[in-house]
Design a protein around this ligand. Structure first.
Ligand code: SAM
Length: 242
């Protein structure tokens, strides 16, 4: 089967392998590529997510698919010495870059390789769980969301920052950007056009705002809502565990 862009649809196992391959390729250039691809906007999107997290001193926070650790870094500064922020990712190479980067900034956090679909944490442990630009890469998103619900305390909050459905009048322009500029940047900066073609395709097939809100409700979250950022290029979804 082909998607509407002509790429071959891949099955579940292939997707997991593809995601591992992509992030092994892009890890070294990940932060630079984020700045180039989003013209620095990813910093504002992440700052907005941090502002909505309502972190207090002493909180336990889980950064799922944390990669190079942008959000972990912000949260680590807020929770103080009695809090905990865990940096986790399924990809060891990304996690290594993240942990080293935080160490260079003088921040030491527990870091663990783990799959969001099988989180190795007890029930009701965290005050906040955050996943930033990670959910769309997960093969079984429903399982990952219900795991995030399980490890949250009652009254805890999940924040999902992710690419989403762009405002309709801008869609053609956005598609042109995604499927020409991104692979071009990938080819010339990260030396992997294919990885960035995959990223563009993964954004295109990710659930839109209303669908993801419903998925969060189905996973047990209440007060699920979302904020559109930059005309829906990105959306921040939040939900509480009762
Ligand atoms: N959170 C970081 C950020 O906002 O910059 C990194 C996002 S990066 C685009 C996506 C990350 O998701 C990669 O590091 C990848 O290894 C991770 N990932 C993909 N599938 C995962 C899974 N099932 N469990 C945990 N992490 C996963």
């Amino acid at each position: 089967k082909l998607t509407h862009f002509g790429y071959q649809k891949i099955d579940e196992r292939e997707k997991t392998e593809k995601v591992a391959e992509v992030f092994n390729h892009v890890a070294r250039h990940y932060d630079l590529m984020n700045d180039l691809m989003s013209c620095g906007l990813h910093r504002l999107w992440k700052a907005f997510a941090v502002s909505q997290a309502g972190i207090r001193e002493g909180y336990k926070v889980l950064d799922v698919a944390g990669g190079t650790g942008d959000l972990t870094l912000s949260f680590a500064k807020q929770v103080g010495k009695n809090g905990e922020v865990w940096l986790t990712d399924i990809n060891e190479t990304m996690l290594q870059y993240g942990r080293d980067r935080l160490l260079n900034k003088g921040v030491i956090v527990p870091a663990m390789v783990c799959d969001a679909e099988k989180l190795p944490f007890p029930d009701n442990y965290f005050d906040r769980v955050v996943v930033s630009f990670g959910l769309r890469n997960m093969t079984h998103k429903e399982d990952a969301l219900s795991e995030m619900n399980r490890v949250l305390k009652q009254g805890g909050k999940l924040l999902v920052l992710e690419f989403s459905r762009v405002w309709k009048p801008l869609r053609n322009l956005y598609d042109m950007y995604s499927f020409s500029v991104l692979p071009w940047l990938g080819k010339h900066v990260a030396k992997s056009a294919e990885s960035y073609r995959y990223l563009a395709e993964s954004i295109r097939v990710h659930p839109d705002q209303a669908t993801l809100q419903k998925m969060m409700e189905d996973a047990g979250f209440v007060c699920a809502r979302f904020f559109n950022l930059t005309a829906g290029v990105v959306a921040l979804h939040t939900g509480m565990k009762l």
